[in-house]
Design a binder for this molecule. Structure first.
Ligand code: ATP
Ligand code: MG
Length: 450
């Protein structure tokens, strides 16, 4: 069945117009793959024999964003504009890649088949003529030059052409292969897998931002465990995240971690990351125990003293390396920093607990702790306790209006100085404990204690 979405209708309209003008045109790439899998494509890409200048002249509202490599954005011509424009790309056969990322020159071609051969994987190399679809039979309207339909049916990620050459051309494909295999639960075909393992160390030719974006997608599409197992299998993990690869074989005390070593524990957590989860939660989950390998020690039992602090240092280095924003970095480090505090929560004073709840995006801390428990003992008592308290305490009790300020202290005759902070802190403690509730009580407390 073809979707009736406006995006699809608009891509079809553009395609029909190109055909009417005598050009060849198809839906191409990810959208065809997704339609055949019964998924809703994010966007529709049109591939055509028309060159960018022709496309630019043919449609009234166009944006020549990537015209130099053959891509023109065409905005909807229909009555109800207002959705993402369709990407219209001229058929091309890429020239030599000397930098491992970009073809040195883009050669336009009028043959659709050549365009397919520059694409990465067979399942991404299918063309569809939506105007030729009969009834609900999509497959009859598919042009398949590379065996993509068979691989889609069998659940296989296979490079188009010689795998090693394709990964040598563009190393980003190493990560794309893992991402698609994880997302669709597909296997990586043997020669493709072999080439990936052999060329894993070339991944460093890809910018760190691109690597980060691929990893983030892997972590937040709901199949993070499978993705990280594949990264490990293909030796890519040791290249892009050696700090995580080091978790393998790092034993843990069985009484707290019956599941196994730090890597196994981390995989059990990645398995719980849901599709669409926040980036910071995903990276925090991946890195919460990243300090364990470096702090492993056998005492009366296996210990990881200081793993939180060491983990924050390593985590900061990883965030810096991948150019995560300051705000993202702060939250990821906070998730590492506080992940062990949940164990103490039942014994925390009310004021300490309330201050704990003041952490930014506390829900992410809660979510990580839940995964941490389920990925180890499976006992959720502690998580339940914290969650109940967190939900029971009203926001105004966690962030109450201060009973007094420095100005009140001055008015009461105190001379401004370093002690003000201590005084106000003591007042806030008592307020959070529920011991005092008025400005008079606050001043009396200061008079007594200071
Ligand atoms: P997603 O659902 O993640 O967007 P997609 O297959 O649509 O998956 P895009 O990055 O949007 O991926 O690219 C669209 C198409 O362009 C791909 O399906 C593929 O045919 C081709 N393509 C994209 N990146 C590459 C690449 N690095 N090498 C070769 N072909 C590529
Ligand atoms: Mg896409």
């Amino acid at each position: 069945m073809l979707p009736g979405t406006r995006e699809f209708e608009s891509a079809s309209r553009i395609l029909r117009k190109l055909r009417d003008e005598g050009y060849d045109a198809f839906l191409a790439g990810g959208c065809v793959r997704d339609l055949l899998l019964g998924r809703v494509p994010e966007d529709y890409d049109v591939a055509t024999s028309a060159t960018p200048d022709v496309v630019l002249a043919m449609f009234p509202r166009t944006f020549a964003v990537g015209a130099h490599f053959g891509v023109v954005l065409v905005a909807d011509e229909g009555e109800d504009g207002h959705h993402a424009p369709t990407e219209v790309a001229t058929f091309r056969s890429d020239g030599i890649y000397s930098d491992g990322r970009h073809p040195d020159e883009v050669l336009y071609t009028t043959r659709a088949e050549e365009d397919v051969h520059r694409r990465d994987f067979t399942i991404n190399g299918l063309l569809l003529d939506p105007l030729a679809v009969k009834g609900s039979n999509l497959r009859s309207a598919v042009l398949d030059y590379v065996g993509g339909l068979a691989d889609l049916d069998a659940g296989v990620i296979r490079a188009i052409g010689r795998a090693d050459r394709r990964f040598e051309e563009d190393q980003l494909r190493l990560l794309r292969a893992v991402r698609f295999a994880a997302r669709f639960g597909f296997a990586i075909e043997e020669s493709t897998h072999t080439a990936m393992r052999r060329l894993a160390s070339r991944i460093h030719a890809v910018s760190r931002e691109r690597v980060r974006d691929e990893l983030t997608k892997m972590l937040t599409e709901g199949h993070a465990r499978h993705a990280f197992e594949l990264l490990d299998e293909t030796n890519l993990l040791a290249q892009v995240l050696p700090e995580v690869a080091r978790m393998k074989g790092v034993e843990q005390p069985p009484q707290f971690h019956p599941e196994g070593d730090v890597w196994v524990h981390t995989l059990l957590i990645l398995e719980q990351l849901e599709a669409g989860c926040p980036l910071t939660l995903a990276w925090g989950a991946l890195l919460h125990d990243v300090g364990k390998p470096a702090t492993f020690r056998r005492a009366e039992r296996i210990r990881f003293d200081g793993h939180v602090e060491v983990g924050m240092v390593i985590g900061a280095e990883i965030c810096r390396r991948f150019r995560l924003s300051n705000e993202e970095t702060r939250q990821i480090l906070a998730l590492i920093q506080h992940h062990m505090r949940f164990a103490d929560a039942p014994r925390m004073k009310a004021s300490t607990l309330k201050r704990f709840f003041r952490l930014e995006k506390f829900e992410e801390h809660l979510a990580l702790h839940r995964m941490d428990c389920l990925g180890a003992s499976g006992n959720l008592d502690n998580w339940e306790f914290v969650r109940e308290r967190y939900e029971a305490i009203p926001v105004e009790d966690v962030h109450p209006r201060p009973l007094i300020t420095g100005r009140d202290l001055i008015a009461a005759g105190y001379v401004p100085g370093a002690r003000f902070k201590e005084m106000l802190q003591a007042v806030e403690d008592a307020q959070l404990e529920g011991v005092i509730a008025t400005a008079e009580e606050a001043l009396e407390l200061v008079r007594k204690q200071f």
